[in-house]
Design a protein around this ligand. Structure first.
Ligand SMILES: [Zn+2]
Length: 539
């Protein structure tokens, strides 16, 4: 078998000797050709002037460190006037000109560094047969090429949490090419201004309504068309409607009536309807807890009977540490709630999701958007997982409807979000409820019309109606909507563009979610520089 069929990177080289010393294998290699090409003028030369040796590290061989000791010839260039009179032969498919590691080894170390960062990466690499220090590994990472993308025509801007509640950065997305083109370490205006000035050519900036990004776009790329994100606009509208409805609490109650079928089980944390798989998890958790309590009682009884800790440990079948821990408690340990992580954030919306699901809505992104309007602030993935489980648990439908006989007064937030839905998307109960609400209170009727008009502009992108809409809000006398309209006037051009152009930040938000996933894969070692490199390479 030829050398290059086992080691393709060594094609064109001749293996002269293999040496094993401790945990290091050394291949002694020399080029198998008689000539080499001048790197400057590319002429072939056979005139060897001298020879030297160069050692580079390759990927480990069966767990051992592999070194390649290359015999390198210096040639005299054959072209008479070539300024590079003498050149050394190169092995471009194997190693960079002055590299100390082969290209393959460099890729492997980059991958480890990307995945684990400096210290953990250096430990793993060393363990796998590539001894390297943390500092060197980080240097490998910094030298890794970061792709630079051309300035996009349509730029999406959003913020993302480097450390939630502590540090935020800015993500820049090429909305036409659908890729992340840069991460900035802050969410202030200045770094974005600098970036925009260094990347002329952006024509449209789609952003949320944070003033910092508006300012940055204005200063960094004057003349650019700014687009306020439609989704944020609708959320702001729902906020305003909620504040308005809060003035009419008694009306919300009256319209709900007593004993009449209204809007199914509504989201409130105390009244969560449990679906069967939740009930099972709950049951398992309770069983475990019962066993724990029994164990605790037995330990107490044995202690009271005068047994030593060691005896108790053996009799109960626990470690001495556990016995100490239990006996230090005044009462049995509390039960750990099942499934505390992912679904806890969804808990207030589960009842609502079940109800919509039961009513036949199977559009996941739509349901995600609906609960976002009600205040849900977490990932679409959590919602999607929940709906997946609903789908695979056909018995849930019974649960969803069983709750709807209970009459509850819907929250102002919930009603506010109903007000911007397309009317044909409402259930019969919802439609009837809104009708009663409007019958009772003309202000709500008026607010409903204005909300529908705005939502329609956002949906159909008929921003040319925006000015007329502003005028009817001004004339409406509804203070909450007037304040909302006032905030839109401060950002008038971008809002109008947002209601007219097809661009929106939905895609940017999707990229932010991917970023979160990457961060999690890096086990929290999300040093900004590292994360940036990974994101841009993945782009
Ligand atoms: Zn030459």
């Amino acid at each position: 078998m030829s050398l290059s069929s086992l080691f393709p990177q060594l094609a064109g080289l001749r293996l002269e000797q293999v040496a094993l010393a401790g945990e290091t294998v050394t291949f002694h290699l020399a080029a198998s050709t008689r000539f080499a090409r001048c790197p400057l003028c590319t002429r072939r030369s056979k005139r060897v002037q001298s020879v030297y040796h160069r050692t580079v590290a390759d990927r480990p061989l069966a767990g051992r460190r592999l070194l390649l000791r290359l015999r390198v010839r210096r040639f005299r260039c054959a072209a008479r006037h070539c300024p590079r009179a003498i050149f050394a032969e190169r092995f471009p498919k194997l190693v960079a000109a002055y590299g100390r590691r082969t290209l393959g080894q460099r890729d492997a170390l980059e991958a480890i560094a990307f995945a684990l960062g400096g210290s953990a990466g250096a430990r793993l690499a060393t363990r796998l047969g590539s001894p390297i220090s943390r500092a060197t590994l980080l240097r490998v990472l910094r030298c890794a090429a970061v792709p630079t993308w051309p300035a996009p025509r349509v730029l999406g801007v959003d913020d993302w949490a480097l450390r939630k509640g502590h540090r935020y950065g800015t993500i820049l997305v090429d909305l036409e090419q659908r890729r992340v083109i840069e991460l900035l370490p802050e969410r202030k205006a200045e770094p974005l201004i600098d970036w925009l000035q260094a990347h002329p050519g952006v024509e449209i900036v789609s952003r949320d309504r944070a003033p910092a990004y508006a300012e940055a776009a204005r200063k960094g790329a004057p003349g650019v068309v700014q687009v306020a994100d439609r989704w944020h606009l609708l959320q702001n509208l729902v906020d305003a409607l909620e504040r308005c409805l809060l003035r009419f609490r008694p009306t919300l109650k009256r319209a709900a009536g007593v004993g009449e079928a209204v809007i199914g089980p509504l989201p409130s944390p105390e009244t969560i309807v449990m679906v069967p798989w939740q009930q099972r998890a709950e049951a398992v958790s309770q069983q475990k807890h019962t066993a724990t309590v029994e164990r605790y009682e037995r330990m107490r009884a044995l202690q009271a009977a005068g047994f030593t800790i060691l005896d108790i440990a053996q009799l109960v079948g626990a470690s001495r540490r556990t016995v100490y821990r239990y006996l230090a408690l005044d009462s049995p340990p509390d039960r750990q709630r099942p499934a505390r992580s992912g679904r806890r954030v969804l808990a207030p919306y589960e009842a609502y999701l079940i109800q919509r699901w039961t009513a036949g809505c199977r559009n996941r992104s739509r349901l995600f958007r609906e609960i976002r309007l009600q205040g849900y602030r977490h990932s679409a993935r959590t919602v999607s997982l929940f709906l997946q489980r609903l789908e695979h648990d056909p018995s849930t439908s019974a649960v969803g409807t069983s709750g709807s006989t209970v009459t509850r007064v819907p929250s102002a937030r919930h009603v506010a979000s109903l007000l911007i839905w397309r009317k044909d998307q409402l259930s019969d109960e919802e439609r009837a409820y809104l009708q009663r609400l409007c019958d009772h209170e003309p202000t709500i009727t008026h607010a409903y019309e204005l909300a529908q008009a705005f939502a329609e502009m956002a949906r159909e992108r008929t921003g040319q109606a925006f000015e007329a809409w502003l005028a009817s809000v001004a004339a409406s006398g509804i203070a909450e909507l007037q304040r909302f309209a006032g905030s839109l006037m401060d950002d008038r051009a971008a809002v109008k563009a947002g209601l007219t152009l097809a661009w929106s930040n939905g895609q940017t938000e999707g990229q932010v979610n991917k970023l979160k996933l990457l961060k999690r894969q890096m086990y929290g070692r999300a040093n900004f520089d590292l994360l940036r490199r990974r994101v841009l390479q993945a782009a």
